[in-house]
Each structure stands twice: as structure tokens, then as C-alpha cells.
Design a protein. Structure first.
Length: 170
């Protein structure tokens, strides 16, 4: 297993749509494992493949209650709306409240390539919605009302300068 470098806000890969997998092969399985390690080490509770520079439709998550990984995830149904704070490993340092569906029905393929379909709610539903957004080049700040979004962009502009200094220092 390996810890992969996480792409940060401003990297065009985060704004690009990721492609469906034809199958969950050994390479995809290894990526899921490495993404899980990378997420846990960050530490974070969710990660999408574009965040490690891979434009494939793969997400992983782990919180106190549930963990999993999915290829080609699709939300089939959703219910309710709930607001909750979100952050993102590609945008370290900012947290904003985002409205998400409270309950979702999800389908995809697990790490053995088996088709799975399950329902989940609250935090896990929030994470999965956030990560699937990443596969479509959507970031959580895109869901903010205009005023909050421009505030977030301002903070990100300042923060990204410190990221660049850290990159140079590394
Ligand atoms: Ni994120």
C-alpha cells in the first residue's frame, strides 16, 4: 500500500470529469487500497480518485460507523435535505455548511468487482455525495450561496499561497 500525493485546489484535474471503469481489475483494486490509506493518513473521511490525480470513477470513505469503496457509483434515489459542515482534503483549511440529501440509494461496484446497491443516510450519505461530485469536477464550494462562495474563494486564494510555499519547502 502507498500514500499518494493529494491534489490541491487549483489543479485542473479537480475540475475534470472522471471516466467510468470497464471493470474492477487488480489495478483498480490497488488504487482503492492506496486511496483508503491516503485518506486515513491525511486524515480524512472520504476521497475520490481525481484527488490523487486519477480520472477514474472511484471513491472511498470511512467514518466511525461505515466504510467502503465504490467504482462507478451512481445515486439512484434521494430524500430529504440537511445542512452540515464540510471540508475537503483538496482544500485544507476551509469548512462551510452544505445542504445535501439526507438519505440516498447508491449503486456501484465494490472492490471485488461485485455489483452493490445500498441505502445510507446522514454522514455517510453526505460523504458519498461529496465524493461523487468530485468525479464530475464539482467541489463543495460550488454548492455555497454566492456570498459564502466568494468568501471561500478569497480564503482559498490566501491559503493556496501557503500551499505553494510548502510545496517549495518539501
Ligand atoms: Ni473533497
Amino acid at each position: 500500500m502507498a500514500i499518494l500525493p493529494i491534489r490541491l485546489y487549483g489543479d485542473p484535474v479537480l475540475r475534470t470529469r472522471a471516466a467510468e471503469l470497464d471493470e474492477v481489475d487488480r489495478k483498480a483494486r490497488r488504487l482503492m487500497g492506496n486511496m483508503t490509506d491516503t485518506m486515513k493518513q491525511a486524515p480524512g473521511i472520504g476521497l475520490a480518485a481525481p484527488q490523487v490525480g486519477v480520472l477514474k470513477r472511484i471513491i472511498v470513505w470511512e467514518n466511525d460507523l461505515e466504510k467502503g469503496s465504490l467504482a462507478n457509483p451512481v445515486i439512484l434515489d434521494r430524500e430529504g435535505q440537511v445542512e452540515g459542515d464540510e471540508g475537503c482534503l483538496s482544500m485544507p483549511g476551509i469548512t462551510y455548511p452544505v445542504v445535501r440529501s439526507e438519505w440516498i440509494l447508491v449503486q456501484g461496484f465494490d472492490d471485488s468487482g461485485e455489483p452493490v446497491k445500498f441505502e445510507t443516510r446522514d454522514l455517510t450519505a453526505r460523504i458519498i455525495q461529496h465524493e461523487i461530485d468530485h468525479l464530475d469536477g464539482i467541489l463543495f464550494i460550488d454548492h455555497l450561496p454566492p456570498e459564502l462562495r466568494s468568501e471561500a474563494l478569497g480564503v482559498l486564494r490566501d491559503l493556496s499561497e501557503t500551499w505553494e510555499q510548502q510545496e517549495v519547502a518539501r
